[in-house]
Unconditional design. Structure first.
Length: 341
């Protein structure tokens, strides 16, 4: 496959490139990213054939959307796919001098408000267009609606009711029916949420972050198969499990944005040994693995330098011997019912 090849999204007529650039790291998730380096990273992606870009208001509190828009606004709009997310409204803080931005390194100075009502979804969508400087996106995802952000079951239930009874779903449906967007999706950070969304509505797309990788793929039989039966496709993000599958067990390696637990380290060692025996990079296998599933239409990777972009594009084109995949199955590292290339 080449990065610009496309697959259909669910039951829509919308097609999406099989490889895309995720812009979370360019919002400063680990370290502040300079403007020149960010622009060079986008340029490297475009020059390498990437035609799918995913962003969100949350990434750098608007920073990633601004950067994505500056990189793309003068490109022919029909040449690329652009997705963003709804559910966070960014507002200027009341205390501008004392404001401490959450989570990001050198973000923009805006307060995020996590809301899923009709008005909030519509504002989030319109604000994203303004930050991007591009008057249409192809799809939007409901962003970060899970227990990682809403700490009690009651709080999570209340936010799900905002989508349903508060009109968030209605707003998204209106945007799709009007032709403003071509697909509606939800971002998934934890197991169980695909089923919760499917219990309430039909979606076209799920962006599954870090839950469907060479290290963790139980979600396939539990939820991804059901999403496919309901007519939804899956975009896989975090194929490197926050970095460990790209870097291997080096000092400072990240898993789930933090330290690597011993059990994960042991599994990475086993995976790395099989990759070395076949003369391939584990990162290449991790990037290609998700697309074997018929429900998966694309994989997005994060990068903060042109070199990282070039390396991931090269990984995507690496020829991986069938024996590598067979060995993973034989060693019990991938379950029998999980598709392999």
């Amino acid at each position: 496959m080449t990065p610009e090849m496309r697959r259909e999204v669910g039951r829509t007529s919308f097609e999406i490139p099989v490889l895309g650039l995720g812009t979370c790291p360019l919002g400063g998730v680990y370290a502040a990213i300079g403007e020149a380096e960010a622009r060079a990273t986008y340029e490297a992606a475009w020059n390498g054939g990437i035609r799918f870009f995913d962003t969100a208001p949350w990434y750098g509190l608007g920073q990633a959307e601004h950067r994505t828009g500056r990189a793309l606004y003068d490109r022919p709009r029909g040449d690329y796919v652009l997705t963003t997310k709804v559910g966070r409204v960014l507002r200027a803080p009341r205390d501008r001098t004392g404001f401490v931005p959450p989570a990001w390194q050198a973000p923009l100075a805006f307060e995020p408000h996590h809301i899923f009502t009709y008005d909030a979804v519509m504002r989030s969508y319109e604000d994203s267009l303004q930050r991007l400087g591009i008057n249409q996106v192809d799809a939007v995802y409901i962003h970060d609606l899970d227990s990682g952000y809403f700490k009690t079951p009651e709080a999570l239930d209340a936010k799900l009711r905002e989508l349903d009874q508060g009109g968030g779903y209605r707003a998204l449906d209106e945007l799709k029916r009007a032709g403003e967007i071509r697909a509606i999706g939800a971002g998934i950070n934890e197991r169980g949420m695909i089923r919760r969304f499917l219990a309430d509505t039909d979606l076209d797309l799920f962006l599954v972050a870090s839950r469907y990788t060479l290290l963790e793929h139980e979600i396939y039989r539990d939820e991804i198969v059901e999403a496919g039966r309901r007519g939804a496709s899956v975009v896989v993000g975090g194929a490197f499990s926050s970095g460990i599958l790209a870097t291997g067990l080096v000092e400072g390696a990240k898993y789930e944005y933090g330290a690597v637990p011993p059990a994960i380290a042991g599994k990475v060692q086993r995976l790395s040994a099989i990759a070395a025996a076949h003369g391939i990079s584990l990162a290449a296998a991790a990037l290609q693995f998700p697309l074997a599933a018929p429900e998966v239409c694309s994989v997005v990777f994060g990068a903060v330098t042109p070199a990282e972009v070039a390396q991931n594009i090269a990984h995507f084109g690496t020829d991986i011997p069938q024996g590598f995949w067979s060995d993973l199955r034989g060693e019990g590292l991938v379950a029998q019912d999980v598709p392999l290339p």
